[in-house]
Design a binder for this molecule. Structure first.
Ligand code: COA
Length: 389
């Protein structure tokens, strides 16, 4: 099936991850676990770790800065930041991001939350806005820090980073097909009451809710659209750890012809190359997987339809599709993304643990030093002051 249903979609796309990581073999040895459990059982090789001078705002600006031209900054009418790692209960991080990026002032800036799902709602909102205002653009950023606690069950599924997407009419990469099927269920599989440092999570239960949610939205999507797996060149999944999407896809493929199974599983592997090296980005995870797929698969061409499965605990799930536009490959950033991943510093477990425990004290004015493009420079009068290099 090769057709382009709409012309609103993702024009530019980039991710940012912090400059430090832990090797999962080191973590396994330190936690007295067989490394194969992390590399094969969970499917993670490295895990991003953020220093105290980096937060969801510096992640967001570092991702968006890579893709925005001066013309884009004049054309963006809405900045949507999706996160479940908010740094303020009141002021939206999008307002700070808007200012740091120098977006034109007559824009709307808002933060959205629903666990790992919110960026998908942001993308839909952006689509509808641009469909109504085709000469304007929307910046959607998914940015999070996934922390479960040292030596906790969720520790090997931590990570952090941001994905920035510029939505426009006549997109250069992907047309969004506006065929979304969403599912809301009031379930406690992963949640974080206000003020609680780390989430409460029932990992096994969350696995089964995720798998069931994919099954439900996929079946409903097929019913509404008379669709089949064979219509898709690839399906990208929300990837809190890379084994997760595989556990949802494999049972649904069981009755498919072998060629379809093989093709979609090979594409799945292309979609987790970056995620294996970064870990969990919460709401950015699906979109990191999308970038990984586009930049690492050699089996994609213009007109191909890609399915996307978004899942946020609590829960909201959504399945939707996008179509690759001609010339998409010229607008990917594989060289830059690989350079970012390869330039990171590997931490010892001791260094990771002490970085993990560092906390900002808002009661004392403090100055920091960080050489990154965007960082927290200072805590002053109970708020963060950012530095742009
Ligand atoms: N070699 C290879 N695989 C191994 C292994 C070894 N030596 N030891 C264990 N495994 C496999 C297990 O068989 C299991 O595979 P399966 O899931 O396919 O059955 C996998 O590794 C994990 O083992 P398990 O015993 O389930 O691990 P755990 O109790 O430590 O829990 C998570 C793992 C992922 C559930 C836990 O880290 C967690 O809760 N993370 C947070 C999940 C989350 O973010 N949920 C919300 C978002 S969707």
């Amino acid at each position: 099936m090769k057709n382009i249903e709409t012309t609103v979609g993702i024009d530019k796309l980039a991710f940012f991850v912090p400059h430090y990581y832990v090797d999962m073999t080191d973590l396994a040895i330190a936690r007295n676990v067989d490394p194969a459990k992390f590399h094969i059982g969970i499917g993670q090789d490295q895990m991003a770790v953020n220093p105290i001078t980096q937060d969801i705002i510096t992640f967001a600006t570092s991702a968006a800065d890579q893709i925005l031209s001066p013309e884009d900054k004049k054309a963006v009418d809405m900045v949507i930041v999706a996160t479940e790692s908010s740094v303020d209960e009141s002021k939206a991080s999008a307002v700070v991001v808007h200012g740091l990026l120098g977006i034109q002032p007559f824009a709307r800036s808002v933060e959205m939350k629903e666990a790992c799902y919110a960026a998908t709602a942001g993308l839909s909102l952006a689509h509808d806005f641009v469909a109504l205002h085709p000469d304007r653009k929307v910046l959607v950023i998914a940015t999070d820090i996934a922390k479960y606690g040292l030596k906790s069950g969720g520790e090997p599924t931590q990570g952090g980073g941001a994905v920035a997407m510029l939505i426009s009419s006549h997109p250069a990469i992907l047309a969004l097909n506006a065929d979304n099927v969403a599912l809301t269920q009031d379930i406690y599989d992963f949640w974080r009451p206000t003020g609680q440092a780390y989430p409460s999570v029932d990992g096994k239960f969350s696995n089964s809710v995720y798998i069931d949610a994919f099954s439900q939205v996929w079946d409903e999507y097929c019913r509404r659209n008379d669709a089949h797996f064979a219509d898709f060149s690839a399906i990208a999944f929300h990837t809190p750890y890379t084994k997760m999407g595989k556990k949802a896809l494999l049972p649904k493929l069981e009755t498919e012809p072998e060629a379809v199974q093989k093709h979609l599983m090979a594409q799945f592997e292309s979609g987790i190359v970056y995620n294996r090296r970064v870990g969990n980005l919460y709401t950015g995870s699906l979109y990191l997987s999308l970038i990984s797929l586009l930049e690492n698969s050699e089996q994609l061409s213009a007109g191909d339809k890609i399915g996307l499965f978004s899942y946020g605990s609590g829960t909201v799930a959504e399945f939707f599709t996008a179509t690759l536009v001609p010339g998409f490959e010229k607008h990917l950033r594989k060289t830059e993304h690989e350079a970012l991943l390869n330039s990171r510093v590997k931490l010892s477990i001791e260094a990771y643990e002490s970085m993990f425990e560092e906390k900002i004290d808002f009661n004392h004015n403090t100055k920091f030093a960080d050489d990154a493009a965007y960082s927290i420079e200072e805590i002053k009068d109970n708020h963060r002051i950012y530095r742009q290099k």
